[in-house]
Design a protein around this ligand. Structure first.
Ligand SMILES: Cc1ncc(COP(=O)(O)O)c(C=O)c1O
Length: 439
């Protein structure tokens, strides 16, 4: 092995500049630290960015502070759960989830009382991007009259084939049974949404995919404005962070007012309370009602302060990720190693994770490779161990052979914007050495 000067390379540290620190201080000094003006501004700016809302907006002119189909929350998990609750997912419903994802994709549906049906991925993933995408044929065969939603995962920030997913949902229209209202305000809204859809909902777990886009019917569409419902994560390890945090977005449904939907997200995320803390500060406006015994998962203005300044920098952060990916691609191509393809003529990913698969190795050799990289100071990871292998999901992957095959020789290399060119070179050199050693 060549002698390289040792470096310490963390897997995914947050990229926080003085601008984020200053904005957090401004929020702390402002006298308003929970959900308030900064959260509302972040929602509007995100809506403009992913094109679910207007690019130009006037924060003063909207008394309802409606945010153009984006609601900021405290995590992607909360966003996904609220998406499913607005959709009316409940006990007795089935939700289809790829076997190859993080637990939150499935657990949010379970929290709603639904049964999760796992589907294997395509062998070796998508033929072009190599992303471990759900097997669309297997997915189609899993659909029953109980199926209410398919959850697609834009893993690593690579956008799934939504044209195919919508085509499957439409092809099963005749067996779809929309929710009957139970008479409650939420039940009534969910029932109208399901009737307006008239088919299984296509839901997107976009925890990794803020800023990713795909050409659909000849037009570039951003994740957040593609599926019927989408959830983003702003967790500390993500491309775009608010420390913890996330956002829910939805597509417009014929005959359902977006302001009404927005209001229900607010209610669901704040105890079902019909006035938030800011509204209650108005003179004489102390009294409130509790519409339902709901949840507590709102974003604070301190979190939003980080997000506002991250969003100013996000374009540059994505460009830097693209540069690192180009360097990794060259190394992997030289070694004949399969890697994710983050950019095609129809898709631009958010470049969140760099997954590679080493041909012909088993789990033990893969783990040895990870250890050897760690000995040289480089943190790597595995995205993901298939969910059916986890204790909570039955600890048995035998029905998901493609997911297992994908996982067994997979390594995720560090990809983040604190990596210098020298760090990237170090990762490539160490990886080449370790790869030759174990092969
Ligand atoms: C695919 C996927 N979905 C959902 C989540 C949950 O995100 P959060 O921690 O913001 O709830 C994660 C987190 O890593 C994830 O990777």
């Amino acid at each position: 092995m060549r002698k390289l000067e040792r470096r310490q390379i963390p897997f995914s540290p947050p990229d926080i500049s003085e601008a984020e620190i200053e904005e957090v201080c401004n929020a702390l000094r402002s006298g308003w630290i929970t959900t308030g003006p900064r959260t509302k501004l972040l929602e509007r700016r995100l809506a403009a960015y992913i094109e679910t809302g207007d690019t130009f907006f006037d924060t003063e002119s909207d008394p309802d502070r409606w945010s153009n189909r984006v609601v900021c929350l405290n995590s992607a998990t909360a966003a996904e759960e609220l998406n499913l609750r607005i959709l009316g997912i409940k006990e007795g419903d089935e939700v289809i989830v790829p076997a190859y994802t993080y637990t939150a994709t499935a657990s949010a549906a379970i929290h709603c009382g639904a049964t999760v049906k796992f589907v294997d991925i395509r062998k070796d993933g998508d033929p072009i991007t190599h992303m471990p995408e759900i097997d669309y044929d297997a997915l189609e065969s899993m659909i029953s009259e109980k199926t209410k939603a398919i959850i697609a995962v834009d893993l690593a920030g690579i956008v799934c084939d939504y044209e195919k997913l919508f085509a499957i949902a439409y092809s099963k229209k005749s067996i779809f049974v929309p929710l009957k209202s139970d008479g409650s305000a939420l039940g009534e809204l969910s029932s109208r949404i399901q009737s307006s859809l008239g088919r299984i909902a296509v839901v997107c777990d976009a925890a990794h995919a803020l800023g990713a886009s795909r050409i659909i019917n000849g037009k570039r569409r951003y994740v957040g404005d593609i599926a019927d419902f989408t959830s983003f994560s702003f967790h500390a390890v993500k491309n775009f962070t608010t420390a913890e945090g996330g956002a829910a977005t939805w597509h417009a449904f014929d005959g359902v007012d977006n302001k009404e939907i927005y209001k229900f997200y607010q209610l669901l995320s704040l105890h079902g309370q019909n006035k938030d803390a800011l509204a209650k500060t108005k003179v004489g406006a102390w009294e409130y009602d509790i519409i339902g015994p709901w949840y507590k998962c709102n974003m604070t203005d301190i979190m939003a302060a980080i997000g506002l300044r991250q969003l100013d920098r996000y374009h540059g952060l994505l460009e830097r990720r693209a540069e690192i990916i180009n360097k990794y691609d060259k190394t992997c191509d030289e070694l004949g190693i399969s890697h994710l393809v983050h950019h095609t003529n129809y898709m631009n990913s958010s470049k969140h994770l760099y997954l590679i698969r080493i041909p012909g190795i088993d789990v033990e050799t893969r783990n040895l490779l990870i250890e050897k990289m760690a000995e040289k100071g480089i943190a790597t990871n595995v995205h993901y161990k298939p969910l059916p292998m986890m204790t909570a999901y039955g600890n048995d992957c035998s029905d998901y052979p493609n997911a297992y095959d994908y996982y067994k020789n997979l390594i995720t290399l560090p990809l983040h914007t604190l990596l210098s060119d020298e760090d990237v070179e170090y990762v490539c050199c160490v990886f080449k050495d370790v790869f030759c050693e174990v092969n």
